[in-house]
Design a protein around this ligand. Structure first.
Ligand code: ASP
Length: 322
């Protein structure tokens, strides 16, 4: 028997001057999710059930970039994606291009459990959602006023955002260097992807990731979060969920890289995480959370910060940003 462990993230792109109240909101939500996951693990729930439950909770909260509060496409719409992987048997499910499904991670779970496939996208995924009877809502449910403001800033800056502050164009209404623009602080809290990695009391690992993608992305763009091996991976050795610039994470097959280092090189979890980030990932692009089948829990990122938290059966419980 190993001890259970859980790690959660709420994105790796953190502005160093993120307003205190936004930091507080993020810490509060991450602590709540950790407590939820920890109590389920204490009650003996399986890793795959726990990652789904925790990510659902994050999707329902508008603080992070998944479900309600998702980043917007250039057209101001929401296209969400998610994936889940159960290390036990290496089963997986993924979805992209969702516009009405309230909890994308649960549709990914249904793709894994009830479809003959591992990845469904756009109209076909929406149709599957209806066949399965999952809760659907109007696209406007996912759109928050704050994200509409950020999309406007991203367009003015001609930028696709995943982190940091929005560069202020000389021509913007409030003027370069102003502290506010369009009523929003310049210290922009770019909304961030969520993920969870768990090893349960039986040593089984699972991971899940969910996102609206990047602010001001092209319609049809698919990032790393639903791509198994890139944004999400789980096997007997470990479970990993990544966040950051999806294009860079896909190029480095980041989640699978950590697992491969453990499986083929016999590395410990934290060493594998550090190596993958240092050797495979472009500087300043991403981060990840991971747990091992032995009950270890690890983080790594090469951005300024990553919203993250972890808890273990031994009583560790912490939430951090920087
Ligand atoms: N990885 C996500 C994407 O590229 C964004 C994020 O992690 O915040 O869609």
């Amino acid at each position: 028997m190993v001890g259970w462990a859980i790690a959660v993230h709420g994105g790796a792109g953190v502005d160093p001057s993120l307003p205190a109240e936004r930091q507080e909101a993020a810490r509060r939500v991450l602590s709540r999710c950790l407590a939820l996951g920890a109590s389920a693990l204490r009650a003996g729930r399986a890793a795959v059930d726990v990652v789904e439950m925790v990510v659902r909770d994050l999707e329902t909260d508008p603080v992070f970039n998944s479900g309600r509060g998702s980043a917007l496409t250039r057209d101001g719409t929401v296209e969400m994606e998610a994936s889940i992987m159960d290390g036990r048997g290496r089963r997986c499910g993924a979805v992209s291009g969702l516009t009405t499904v309230k909890n994308p991670v649960s549709l990914a779970r249904l793709v894994m459990d009830r479809s003959p496939h591992s990845y469904l996208a756009f109209d076909g995924a929406e149709e599957f959602a209806r066949q399965q009877g999952v809760e659907v809502v109007d696209n406007s449910y996912f759109v928050t006023d704050e994200n509409v403001g950020m999309l406007k800033l991203a367009k003015e800056a001609n930028s696709i955002l995943y982190d940091y502050r929005v560069p202020i164009p000389e021509t913007c209404s409030a003027g370069a260097g102003a502290l506010q623009m369009n009523g929003l602080p310049i210290s922009i809290y770019a909304p961030e992807t969520v993920g969870c990695a768990v090893v349960d009391a039986n040593g089984h690992c699972a991971a899940a990731t969910s996102t609206g993608g990047l602010m001001n992305k092209m319609r049809g763009r698919i990032g790393d979060s639903p791509v198994i091996g890139a944004g999400t991976y789980a096997c007997g050795a470990c479970a990993v969920s990544c966040t950051g610039e999806g294009e860079a994470i896909i190029r480095s097959t980041l989640a699978r890289e950590v697992a491969a280092l453990m499986e083929y090189k016999g590395m410990q979890l934290q060493d594998a995480v550090d190596w993958a980030i240092k050797e495979r990932l472009d500087e300043g692009k991403a981060g990840l959370i991971a747990v091992s089948g032995d009950g270890e829990v690890a983080f790594g990122f090469n951005t300024v910060g990553m919203f993250r938290g972890r808890a273990t059966e031994q009583g560790l419980m912490e939430v951090a940003i920087w």
